[in-house]
Design a protein. Structure first.
Length: 950
DNA sequence: GAGCACTGC
């Protein structure tokens, strides 16, 4: 069954192309080659359609004109932005083109003006010192900037070797012997040497790097002045030879012996059985795993204890072996299963595949996996790998997990939302099921905490098979971590033996910037260094580009991977030997009071930095360069990341727990209880949605809502769609809203085209929700074509995900007895949406901003909204929004205009017209009591008239 | 007129 579904999905993709092909061939028979299926339909009619076509054409021409105008404006704006960017980043990148124009005189004048004749500076105790004089940070940065100009001039000169008279050069000896440093002279000497090489012919030029290096060696002694105290001289120049003038120094501090679980790499082969000789080989391999010698002890411990905490380091084989040992020891007798949860789908799939190979069975038979959209198990399955969210859903069907004899929660230290809820629930049911064995696997740091949570459960430590990682810290803190990361990467490239580099950055924008700078810098160095392949990786990167990081590095080259947090846990890249860790990541936080989510750059935790460092030691002895000091590490970083339960919206969790019959949420045993306020907020919302009654019990509506694996407001919307007879449309909207990633694709160089393409879905100013529906339907109309997505600047991946979710929602409709019904009435659809999202409404204020109605809070419509994209847009009086996000401002994302009357009609318990109005006015000076209440204002109620009663 | 860390059901 499960495999059939999988096959269906796959074959649908194949069909897609075939049908698109057919369609195109059919269309060729029509007199005019249409460019879209819609036009093809228009052509079939008679003269009436001809008129329509002319009108269409006129519209298109107008649109084209608009596009051209916008295009020109966008180009202007882009060049302005580029200019601004160049200026801002010039202290890192510099700009060779600009430099070309800087003559020596100008340069000296500038320098004179800045009174920076000599450059000899240092940082002591976080203060910038220049010959004992304290500098402000701005002054210090100016100093560095000057030096970088020199460096770039040098590189540029070295690369071009002509017209050098108009450039800066003084072929003089350098450095005063009194200890002062004459930077200017030093640079010029280097320049001169480059030229000499060139002028004296090939033989000398064959070794320009030696000269360069001699100069650099000279630099090293001085470079130590820059960071760190003046008195101390380090011996690092004996260890490395540096190429970069603004070079970073690290202190080797410790060796990491920390790790994570082994993930079997490679594709999952469904149903592939190994030939017997390979099976023997696999069996032999199993015996070489570190965990093998712990087999008997492990089985004894499981026998004696109900809960066992396993601390297993990288490569110990715990994920693949423990369930097999338990199976061999007979825990699967009597039709009982062994379940093993993973935080990620990929892990569940690949581990299951590996284990099925080891056991020599078909995947999906004795060994299977279960993830959303794909249930690869059968009645015969005894070892079941699954995502933790999946086990949570199984609780809904089987609250005591009667069919399981053992549950293993793997990677529990990651503390995902599902893991935390699961741990609470497992602890709860373990009391009633003494025969149920629990195994929790965790990292070293949290083992004690897990043990405490499970009433001092026994801890079993299993050594891993991992390589040591040297950890290097910075001497002094860095002002700009991005700059530091780039310098460090280049430094590693030049000074360290072969091995790929992994740099952790916070987001897409930062990665793109870093990529640009790195390319620029390596170009400046030309052939002096070996090739550096730059590979960006982040979740939103198209899949075909993501594959690039897994390509083996060619001989003589080095790969530098610029990654977000995705490389911390989710994917493993072979060949990484060096990790550069600036110590930051983006983290989501949630403010229960305002219901606002925000994504902010925050320092990582110690556990996280260990995890990052561990990425260097997967294939051999590695090195990790931390761009912060060891003092920072010890005193500034938290031990562990704040678990997700404490920084997220809990509405869904509360609904799940309530439907499991857990009423006393405050006393539910979370390992780290979430803030009370967040729980109350979630309860309040569920009550408002009608999922809970006044005493906090689950209602019939709530039970139906809990069936849908989406946020409660979305599930309410789906349940309500039954009443408005538009469930077909509403599940499409719900699926589109819950894809998580953005639907519209907006590449930097084609923003205008992308915007106009998007605008087409907003025709009629229908609002973002309906626009999403239009996108989905248009895609469906185009036979789910990938080509169509490219043409319309739509993300294929998001759409495919939306289709999967929609299919699942459609199947679930049947379960809660909602008929699939379609309606063309946009108002009905909007009303159904309002039924779920009435707590998310805002009204327009005089200054053009909005104020949310429930807890008054100022917000703005997000510029990506269709409402803002339309020309001469009029701000709607009252809007409904999908979510509130805090970025540069407080924004409402996915906005649709609604009629205020609907609110009273749909949620009379939440908004009502009552006497509070009078009170409101009496306290406000704006409108005197009893006056200004015209009859019209009574006929068309304004939102001011609604008070909230919850 | 702004931005999208990462999972998961």
């Amino acid at each position: 069954m499960a495999k059939q579904f999988r096959k269906k999905v796959l074959s649908r993709e194949d069909d897609e192309d075939e049908t698109a092909q057919n369609r195109r061939e059919k269309e060729r028979g029509v007199k005019r080659q249409p460019t879209s299926p819609r036009e093809a339909n228009d052509d079939d009619d008679g003269s009436e359609s001809e008129q329509e076509r002319l009108r269409d054409q006129r519209e298109r021409e107008q649109l084209d004109r608009n596009i051209r105008e916008r295009d020109a404006a966008a180009t202007r704006k882009l060049s302005e932005q580029k200019q601004a960017f160049t200026t801002r980043r010039s202290n890192i990148v510099g700009d060779v083109e600009t430099l070309r124009k800087v003559s020596r005189q100008e340069y000296l004048k500038k320098r004179e003006a800045n009174k920076l004749k000599e450059l000899g500076e240092s940082i002591e105790d976080g203060e910038y010192l220049y010959k004992g004089v304290k500098l402000t940070e701005a002054e210090y940065n100016q100093l560095s900037y000057e030096k970088k100009i020199y460096e770039l001039a040098r590189n540029h000169e070295a690369a071009t070797h002509h017209d050098h008279d108009q450039y800066y050069r003084i072929p003089e000896p350098y450095d005063d012997h009194e200890g002062g440093v004459n930077q200017e002279k030093r640079f010029s000497v280097a320049l001169q040497r480059c030229w000499d090489d060139d002028l004296n012919g090939r033989d000398k030029k064959s070794n320009p790097f030696a000269e360069q290096k001699a100069w650099e060696d000279q630099q090293i002694g001085k470079a130590t002045l820059k960071f760190g105290s003046k008195n101390k001289r380090r011996k690092c120049d004996e260890e490395y030879d540096f190429v970069f003038e603004d070079q970073i120094e690290f202190v080797k501090a410790s060796v990491l012996l920390e790790g994570d679980q082994m993930i079997a790499n490679g594709n999952v082969d469904v149903g592939k059985v190994q030939p017997s000789h390979q099976l023997d080989k696999l069996r032999e391999e199993r015996k070489t795993l570190p965990i093998y010698s712990f087999r008997e002890r492990l089985l004894q411990d499981v026998e004696k204890n109900q809960v066992l905490i396993i601390v297993g380091e990288t490569g110990s084989g715990k994920t693949t072996q423990i369930p097999q040992y338990l199976h061999e020891a007979g825990y699967t007798k009597g039709g009982k299963k062994i379940g093993c949860t993973q935080p990620r789908r990929i892990a569940a799939m690949s581990v299951a595949a590996r284990v099925s190979q080891e056991m020599g069975v078909k995947l999906g038979h004795a060994v299977g996996y279960s993830i959303r959209f794909e249930d690869c198990t059968s009645e015969k399955t005894v070892l079941k790998y699954m995502t933790d969210g999946m086990l949570l859903r199984e609780f809904l069907v089987e609250p005591d997990l009667a069919s399981y004899s053992v549950v293993m929660v793997d990677e529990a230290h990651e503390r995902t939302l599902s893991t935390d809820v699961l741990l609470g629930l497992l602890k709860d049911i373990a009391r009633y099921r003494p025969d149920l064995k629990l195994i929790i696997s965790s990292a070293t740091l949290d083992a004690e905490k897990f043990s405490d949570f499970f009433d001092s459960a026994k801890i079993l430590r299993i050594p891993g098979r991992r390589y040591p990682v040297d950890i290097h810290y910075m001497e002094a803190p860095q002002a700009d971590y991005l700059d530091a990361a780039i310098v460090a990467a280049l430094q590693v490239h030049v000074t360290q033996p072969p091995g790929d580099i992994l740099v952790f950055l916070t987001g897409q924008e930062e990665i793109e910037t870093a990529e640009e700078i790195l390319k620029h810098r390596t170009r400046g160095l030309g052939t002096k260094i070996s090739e550096l392949i730059i590979c960006p990786i982040y979740a939103n990167l198209p899949t075909e580009l993501q594959a690039k990081i897994f390509e083996p590095t060619p001989e003589g080259a080095r790969k530098v991977v610029l990654a977000t947090n995705i490389a911390e846990t989710s994917l493993t890249i072979d060949g990484i030997k060096y990790v550069i860790d600036p110590g930051f990541s983006k983290m989501k936080s949630y403010n229960p009071r305002s219901g606002m989510e925000s994504l902010q750059v925050t320092p990582i935790s110690k556990a996280s930095s260990m995890q990052r460092a561990g990425r260097a030691g997967r294939t051999g002895h590695g090195k990790c360069f931390r761009l912060y000091t060891s003092y920072n590490y010890d005193s500034d970083l938290d031990d562990t990341t704040v678990p997700e339960v404490q920084r997220t919206n809990l509405a869904n969790v509360v609904l799940t727990l309530k439907s499991l019959g857990i009423h006393d949420l405050v006393n539910f045993e979370f390992m780290d209880p979430p803030p009370c306020e967040a729980l109350l907020k979630a309860l309040e919302l569920l009550f408002a949605l009608g999922a809970l009654n006044k005493v906090g019990e689950l209602t019939k509506v709530g039970r139906r809502m809990a069936e849908f694996p989406v946020d409660p407001m979305l599930s309410k919307m789906i349940v309500a769609s039954d009443k408005y007879k538009c469930s077909d449309e509403v599940i499409s909207i719900a699926a589109m809203l819950s894809t998580g990633s953005s639907i519209f694709y907006r590449p930097k160089d084609k923003q205008v085209h992308a915007d106009t393409a998007r605008l087409r879905f907003h025709s009629g100013n229908v609002g973002d929700h309906i626009a999403l529906l239009k996108v989905y339907n248009a895609w469906k109309e185009a036979n789910y074509s990938t080509q169509w997505c490219y043409e319309n600047y739509i993300q294929v991946r998001s759409m495919k995900r939306a289709r999967d979710i929609r299919d699942q929602l459609e199947r679930l409709l049947e379960r809660v007895e909602i008929k699939l019904s379609s309606s063309n009435d946009l108002e009905a659809i909007k009303k159904a949406v309002t039924s779920g999202f009435f707590p998310h409404c805002a009204r327009l204020q005089k200054n053009g901003s909005y104020r949310t109605i429930k807890h008054p809070h100022t917000a703005h419509i997000h510029p990506s909204s269709g409402i803002m994209a339309l020309e001469h847009h009029v701000l709607p009086r009252c809007v409904l929004y999908h979510e509130l996000v805090l970025t540069t401002k407080e924004y409402m994302r996915q906005v649709t205009e609604i009629k205020p009357e609907w609110l009273v009609e749909i949620a009379p318990h939440y908004y009502q017209l009552n006497g509070v109005v009078e009170e409101d006015y009496s306290t406000s000076k704006k409108m005197p009591r009893g006056k200004g209440r015209t009859s019209t204002s009574k006929q068309i109620p304004s939102l001011v008239d609604y008070s909230i009663c919850v």
